[in-house]
Design a protein around this ligand. Structure first.
Ligand code: AMP
Length: 223
């Protein structure tokens, strides 16, 4: 069977403001479907950590909570999606974030004979976002995400899975949060209408517990 005929070949896209729980849900779902979870934020953070040229380009934008340029992000994503582990599908988390990125994805999927993506929008109110981002802590080893108020680790400030000390992301500080939310409103929110018009959008109320949301998503995607 050629790659194009594979019935489980799915391109999934997670949309939603920062703090909507995209990372948590994307990790669960990708594991359940055995497809790679591709987070552009994680790819940039890895590059920053390793000090690569890409990481050096992205670092200042990320610390200010601004978007990295479309050209840089699109090149990085295109290279990642060409890897063989994406042949039977993939889940994009944090991409696309602008209309030019959505157009690049559309062209890529068409070129490589994927169907239209299934786009999931995780909806959360502004107040909830600010509360969530302020309390967010991330394991630097496995990237598991906690919230000190709503999803605390069992032991104070260390990861339940590997015991590493949890960290607060630079861009979860108040000033950067404000900048990220305004970037979201101006550049990413219009993608909701873009995908709605194409009939590819599934909207989820993401103010509920993570298990309820992931059960709903798994049902929808398996249908
Ligand atoms: P995230 O972890 O998805 O919130 O991403 C962290 C930061 O990485 C963002 O605030 C941006 O600076 C950068 N970034 C991640 N994905 C993108 C994207 N699709 N377009 C532009 N910048 C991005």
């Amino acid at each position: 069977m050629s790659r194009e005929d594979c019935p489980s070949r799915k391109a999934l896209v997670f949309l939603g403001p920062p703090g909507a729980g995209k990372g948590t849900q994307a990790r669960l779902l990708a594991r359940g479907l055995s497809i790679p979870h591709i987070s552009t934020g994680d790819l940039f953070r890895e590059n920053v950590e390793k000090g690569t040229p890409l990481g050096r380009t992205a670092k200042a934008f990320m610390e200010r909570g601004e978007l990295v340029s479309d050209e840089v992000v699109n090149d990085m994503v295109r290279e990642r999606l060409k890897k063989p582990d994406c042949d039977s599908g993939f889940l994009l988390d944090g991409y696309p974030r602008t209309l030019p990125q959505a157009e690049m994805l559309k062209g890529f999927l068409r070129e490589r004979s994927y169907g239209a993506p299934l786009v999931v929008n995780l909806g959360v109110s502004y107040t909830e976002i600010v509360n969530r981002l302020g309390g967010r802590r991330v394991c630097p080893v496995c990237q598991r995400t906690y919230n000190l108020v709503t999803q605390p680790p069992s032991n104070d400030s260390v990861c339940d899975d590997d015991g590493a000390a949890l960290q607060q992301r630079q861009d979860d500080r108040e000033e950067a949060i404000r900048e990220r939310l305004s970037a979201y409103e101006a550049q990413t929110a219009p993608l909701i209408e873009y995908y709605k018009a194409q009939g590819n959008l599934y909207e989820v109320n993401a103010e509920r517990g993570p298990e309820l949301i992931s059960d709903e998503l798994m049902r929808v995607i398996r249908q």
